[in-house]
Design a protein around this ligand. Structure first.
Ligand SMILES: Cc1ncc(C[n+]2csc(CCOP(=O)(O)OP(=O)(O)O)c2C)c(N)n1
Ligand SMILES: [Mg+2]
Length: 359
């Protein structure tokens, strides 16, 4: 079977380089500098995403977590590199591979773990589960199981910000499988026409379930799909926090200036199967190992030591702190109650005068 070779490239074939915001420091102050503190933040965030999901995977094996469960392990640099650019007033929305997005946007490990356990203390009151994390407070708008369903919603959230006259942006994530949906094209057209402050991010991990990108399209350079709408569109090495940060900086600045959307194809990889029930036989062990050799957590760990930002002991202390946060979240989830049966009738959208419902 032919598979997409997810090459990680910094070569930008149209317009300016997404890395330009880092280079521009000599010309004017960079609003998104990469400092020592940024590396520490990246490390902490990514270790939390990874350790949390490794534990979630174990708990799924013990049937403490049921239903669907899609792990993000391997793709963490995409979220870490985003969060060093956007702020708490900006929104994000994504698909069902959403645990790391929820944690990165500031939802507590307790609330995310409790949601996985379907407990009332979860961020969606235990009624959403793995695929439907949500927090209005943190401007995290899901968690969507319908492939591509979040694309028009992301544009809508960004449109609302523009309509209200804020400077806030929405980052809308989707998989490589989602870009085949009609809604992708409809949304790209409207987002460009109305210069909506949305950043579309395709997390191209090479596969939609067991189907490689190369099997589903003639255009394997997914970022090129944006060019038909004259949307600034770039490929980005999604295994490197620095590259994600630089690309996101340019895109966020463009959106805040009122110049509209950007499409970023983040080339990344998931180390685990599509979901817990996928043995991932459609790809070779060598391919997985090739990407593990570029692991973003290992890379940032190395940078922290090479640049003498932290000592090995300080890094160990972070690892221990994260381990404690994850274990605390498991105890919290175990001890929390299930939702009351009456909750079946709350949080359900009802439109009394819907024309096709006969009362
Ligand atoms: C509209 C729709 N069609 C099909 C599915 C079944 N489905 C669930 S996940 C998935 C693959 C999507 O892959 P991708 O967008 O690359 O995201 P990834 O899982 O790699 O993060 C499919 C086809 C679905 N959930 N929704
Ligand atoms: Mg995919």
């Amino acid at each position: 079977m032919s598979t997409l070779k997810v090459e990680n490239t910094k070569t930008i074939k149209n317009g300016s380089s997404p890395a330009s915001s880092v280079k521009k420091t000599t010309e004017k102050p960079n609003p998104h500098p990469i400092t020592d503190a940024t590396y520490v933040k990246w490390y902490e965030e990514m270790v939390l995403m990874r350790k949390f999901e490794e534990r979630a995977g174990q708990l799924y094996g013990q049937q403490k977590i049921k239903g669907f469960c899609h792990l993000y392990i391997g793709q963490e640099a995409v979220m870490a590199g985003t969060m060093s650019v956007i702020g708490p007033d900006d929104s994000i929305i994504t698909a069902y591979r959403d645990h790391a997005h929820a944690l990165a946007k500031g939802i507590s490990a307790r609330e995310v773990m409790a949601e996985l356990f379907a407990k009332a203390t979860g961020c969606s009151k235990g009624k959403g589960g793995s695929m439907h994390m949500f927090s209005k407070e943190h401007k995290f708008f899901g968690g969507h199981g319908i492939v591509g369903g979040q694309i028009p919603l992301g544009a809508g959230i960004a449109f609302a910000e523009k309509f209200k006259g804020t400077q806030n942006v929405c980052v809308c994530y989707m998989g490589d499988g989602a870009v085949r949906q009609g809604a992708f094209n409809e949304t790209f057209n409207m987002a460009m026409l109305w210069k909506i402050p949305v950043i579309f991010v395709c997390e191209n991990n090479g596969y939609a379930m067991g189907t490689s990108v190369a099997r589903t399209t003639n255009v394997t350079d997914i970022y090129k799909l944006g060019l038909g709408y004259e949307m600034p569109s770039f490929p980005v090495n999604g295994m490197r926090c620095e590259d994600v940060h630089a690309a996101m900086s340019d895109a966020v600045d463009r959106a805040r200036r009122g110049d509209g959307p950007t499409f970023l194809e983040m080339r990344t990889y998931r180390y685990k199967g599509h979901s817990m029930s996928d043995p991932a036989k459609y790809r070779s062990k060598d391919e997985v190992e090739e990407y593990k050799a570029k692991d973003p957590i290992e890379e940032v760990h190395k940078t922290l030591l090479d640049k003498k930002i932290l000592t090995e002991e300080q890094i160990d202390a972070i690892n221990q702190k994260v381990k404690d946060i994850v274990e605390d979240s498991v105890v919290f989830a175990e001890e929390s109650p299930y939702p009351d049966p009456s909750e079946l009738f709350t949080d359900v959208y009802v439109q009394q005068d819907y024309p096709y419902i006969l009362s």
